[in-house]
Design a protein. Structure first.
Length: 328
């Protein structure tokens, strides 16, 4: 007799092709609405499922896992970041956690470049002028931005995405610097022509652009706090496509308002959609609604990864993208 199909609950709408494939493979409950589940709905979903497929909007803590009962075996996250899941608690309850690394790398790095260029070349101000219908024609002195070629880019977090940013930025003529928990191998450092800074303080003080590409963990929470932001040059720009929690958003907003920083490009916020409203008033800030990995191709590949993780688990093996607590 074939083994019963795994019961899988998906917490958000996913691309249609992914949902269709899941329906073919698993006993899947898809979400009809695209609203995130409430805490209660999530606990109920975990109680009813062998596998939960959440997204970064679904905060899963130890308490919820305790209420979820014994059935849940795998949390196959649709997304690379897993800071919304208490992975250690899950493991202590024999629940595995997997994610979708790799497939978000190139798209997110593209978005970093878009934000760097958006801020330094004042693209939102140009767009606003055009959409207000106020452009009167070319002017040699209007909307002058800064050239990024020759500028120093400091990458915080030199994992897959950080390295993809380094390759792109080097092609734009930027000088690549980085800070990371571990120094890269000499060959990789040479290939990327990247300069390593052991001291984050010293690096941020010397950079023209900072790109945040480290995951959010207890160790990186408010890594860019008020003190570190003050070390930065007033002409410097920050972009963040990682997680909002890595920057103290209120301190950043204050620094931008006070002219202590030249601009920011933010795709992520400390409290998601409830971001500091003052940011919207600042002309030197580009705000995006967490769309760093939002490409059709990327989302389909994320879906394929989730399916592979579940299928491999169903076949009695370790999911290829198993998240090990404490190792990111
Ligand atoms: O932010 C996007 C992701 O975690 O995949």
């Amino acid at each position: 007799m074939p083994a019963p199909r795994l019961s899988v609950v998906v917490t958000r709408r996913l691309p249609e092709r992914v949902e269709t494939r899941m329906t073919e493979l698993f006993d899947v409950t898809l979400r009809e609405s695209d609203a995130p589940m409430s805490r209660e709905e999530l606990v109920a979903a975990m109680r009813d499922a062998d596998v939960l497929v959440p997204t970064l909007c679904d905060h899963i803590d130890a308490n919820m896992l305790a209420q979820a009962g014994e059935r849940l075996r795998l949390i196959a996250n649709f997304g690379a970041g897993i800071d919304h899941i208490d992975v250690a608690s899950a493991r202590s309850r024999n629940v595995l956690v997997s994610n979708t690394p790799g497939v978000v790398t190139e798209d997110t790095a593209d978005m970093v470049m878009s934000l760097i260029l958006g801020v330094t070349r004042r693209i939102p101000e140009g767009l606003a002028l055009m959409s207000r219908g106020e452009w009167k024609g070319f002017s040699p002195t209007a909307l002058l931005g800064g050239r990024i070629g020759g500028r120093r880019l400091g990458i915080i977090g030199m994992g897959r995405i950080g390295q993809a940013v380094a390759r792109r930025a080097a092609a734009f003529g930027m000088q690549i610097h980085y800070h990371n928990r571990r120094r890269l191998r000499p060959e990789t450092e040479a290939e990327l022509q990247a300069t390593y800074w052991d001291s984050l303080d010293q690096m941020v003080a010397r950079m023209d652009v900072i790109s945040v590409n480290c995951p959010h963990t207890p160790a990186t929470f408010h890594l860019l706090n008020a003190r570190r932001l003050k070390l930065m040059k007033p002409s410097a720009v920050i972009v963040n496509t990682s997680r909002g929690e890595v920057i103290d958003e209120n301190a950043l907003t204050r620094a931008l308002k006070a002219g202590e920083l030249a601009g920011a490009g933010l795709d992520v916020f400390e409290h998601g959609a409830a971001f500091n409203p003052d940011l919207r008033q600042l002309p030197n800030v580009v705000l995006l609604p967490h769309m760093g990995s939002a490409t059709v191709e990327g989302r389909l590949e994320m879906g394929e990864k989730v399916i592979l993780n579940i299928k491999t688990f169903a076949d009695g093996h370790r999911p290829p993208d198993l998240v090990v607590p404490g190792v990111l």
